[in-house]
Design a protein around this ligand. Sequence first.
Ligand SMILES: Cc1ncc(COP(=O)(O)O)c(C=O)c1O
Length: 444
Amino acid sequence: MSDFQEEYVLRHPRSQELYDRASAAMPGGVSHNLRFFPPYPLFVEWASGNRLRDVEGNEYVDYWMGHLALILGHTPPPVMEALRAQLDHGLQWGVVNPLAVKLAERVKRHVPCAEGVRFCVTGAEATMYAVRTARGYTGRSQVLKATGGWHGYSTDLLAAVHPPFDRPESLGLPPDAAGGIGTFSFNDAEGATEAIRGTKDLAAVIVEPVLGAGGGIPPEPGFLEVLREETEAKDALLIFDEIITGFRLGLGGAQGFYGVTPDLVTLGKILGGGLPLGAVAGKEEVMAWTSVLGPKRDGLGVVVGGGTFSSNPMTMRAGLATLEHLETHQEEYEKIGRMGKALREQAREVLAVQGVPAVVTGLESLFQIHFLKEDTKVLRSAEDVHRYTDPRRGGEEFKVRMLNEGVHTMHGGGCLSFVHSGSDIRGFLEALAVVAGAMAGAKG
Ligand SMILES: Cc1ncc(COP(=O)(O)O)c(C=O)c1O
């Protein structure tokens, strides 16, 4: 075991006990694979503002913020108040309710392509529905995605997520699961054009406008525009997966930020205000096919059926309270954007001073540090990330070392929320200096 892991183990005896029990009850001890890291994950029992507290009582400044879902911080007062009020009205009704109408109206108001909205419970469900809707609407079968694009664990899009990108992502997938999925490289406008033009029977292109799990990489100028033009020319749909960027890059998400309007969008995370929520939304003509009263072909419509917890009132309340707060505090977006920029710039300086070859990606409130195994100045795609970087150093070594310094990150970075301040950023950079120094020493 490395020295930083030994230090971690010394600080986390109760987490170790819990992890042993967790492993006996849940294979691998986790219910989201991302949450495992060696030697064993930290068990958290409390969070507030930008702080997490583990079961031993250690506190951390959190930059993972509930899997990027919490732009207002942990337990934000407006959301907590709304949820307390909802507790007296009911937890789960399983019938239509006015809260869902209000939330859908708000999504329509803010997200440019959202002329109709269907709620579900997770992001994976939303992307599954979006692809089904695109195939149903166009009557075509093929879908193109960016290599490294993460759209959740739904079978439809579980392809070309992890290196080497060309083998099945899992055992147990249907033999033809990846058959309907083609890929292009993020930020390769020419390659994407070729793929779009060359794909017969193309129903849709689905893309995260800012590549998320694949590297925290923003689109280069013109890239999203090319996807828009080429899909239009082909009468195929453009789907933006805005489960990370929705309500993070502003109320209009990435489509508002970049001024490129897709046909469909998937939303989740921030929209649920900390409770589980997904949504697929889009142009009226397309979304009409998801209606119980919608158009049919050969007697069939597109089934975006929903589930037990669709439009759950607690979630709708949390989402509404979040959007209402965002509407009246839009200047905060600018603040976290500025702080994010400063964090990325200063992190680059700290890493350079400590002699750790790294590239810092992200935009606005998102940031990610990539530790290089081969020299480069920029990372434009998931293939670049695979070629030039060592994700294990960010996801495991950096993560544990930063935890030892009281900072919680994921994938070598995370996000800022409205409750982060300048002094948090200074604290982050101080921790980074210590950790980068140790990493440089460990490497040498
Ligand atoms: C861009 C993107 N799409 C889809 C998903 C899947 O959402 P969920 O985890 O709610 O299923 C995620 C989750 O992190 C995501 O980042």
